[in-house]
Design a protein around this ligand. Sequence first.
Ligand SMILES: C[S@@+](CC[C@H](N)C(=O)[O-])C[C@H]1O[C@@H](n2cnc3c(N)ncnc32)[C@H](O)[C@@H]1O
Ligand code: SF4
Length: 296
Amino acid sequence: MRSFPIQYHEPLFRPPSEANSLILQVTLGCSWNRCTFCEMYTSKSFRPRPFAEIDAEIKAVARRYRGIRKVFLADGNALVLSNRRLLPILASIRRELPDVERISSYAMPADVLRKSDDELRELVEAGLTLIYVGVESGNDEVLRRVQKGQTQAESIEALQRAGRVGLRRSVMILNGLGGTTLLEQHAIDSAHVLNETQPEFAATLVVSFPLGDQRFRASFGPDWRLPDQRQLFEEVALLLANCQLERTEFRSNHASNYLVLKGTLNRDRNRLLAQVRRAIEAPDQVPLRPEWARGL
Ligand SMILES: C[S@@+](CC[C@H](N)C(=O)[O-])C[C@H]1O[C@@H](n2cnc3c(N)ncnc32)[C@H](O)[C@@H]1O
Ligand code: SF4
């Protein structure tokens, strides 16, 4: 049996909704790599990959497979690349893989803000359709304590600008990131970012520390307490209760979540809130992902 024509530089991550996508590593690692909760790319030094290597991978996949519809540009924040680097990659994808309908990548708010509206529009015209943005929290104190390197105002501006040029936005919020002390502000301010930006998609992930929480604890401060399962659900309920959304697909289907929620906000808010309240009041009567099955 012939092997897959791309050899990935591990570790490799992608959003749950990119499970059926071709993953192309256009960068290795994360250009920021300093968020104290995130160990995803700490084993890698950030670098863009040469166009010739990426182009060769696209052509090798095109020779072997037909009907690829979705491409995800990895690693941690492919949008950090200049348009000079991104545009030839997008052009090669469109030329070699004519069935592709969606090209997406992770992006930090700063990556969006570094580009002008014209540059963002060029990317949309070249085929970039969706960005996954790690807002994590709308609360500036939480963001500072976890060294996310962005503020609420920057997240809002980046998401609004991306939306205006026609990029679809999928926002990630980290359930539990404010600990027990900042739980309420974290939920309310995160809802505020969603309300101000009306993203097409929003997802909550539960903050987890597979390699231990020493680094996180040291930067968050001595009042760090990981919310227990009930408190995590209360935080999600508060977030949902504060959402004023016109049409946002909401998911908590990432493997880190205990409770899987799916719906359109605000249309399905009452149903989702009822599901969360039931998980708070009768956790043994709702299907919760067991601890051993959770992961990043
Ligand atoms: C691979 S990162 C890329 C996102 C992009 N670099 C950004 O910051 O906007 C994807 C997401 O994984 C989540 N993540 C990272 N570390 C995590 C942790 N320890 N527990 C749960 N989720 C985590 C964060 O929500 C992060 O935005
Ligand atoms: S959350 Fe995103 S920006 Fe922060 S270190 Fe991880 S990959 Fe980089």
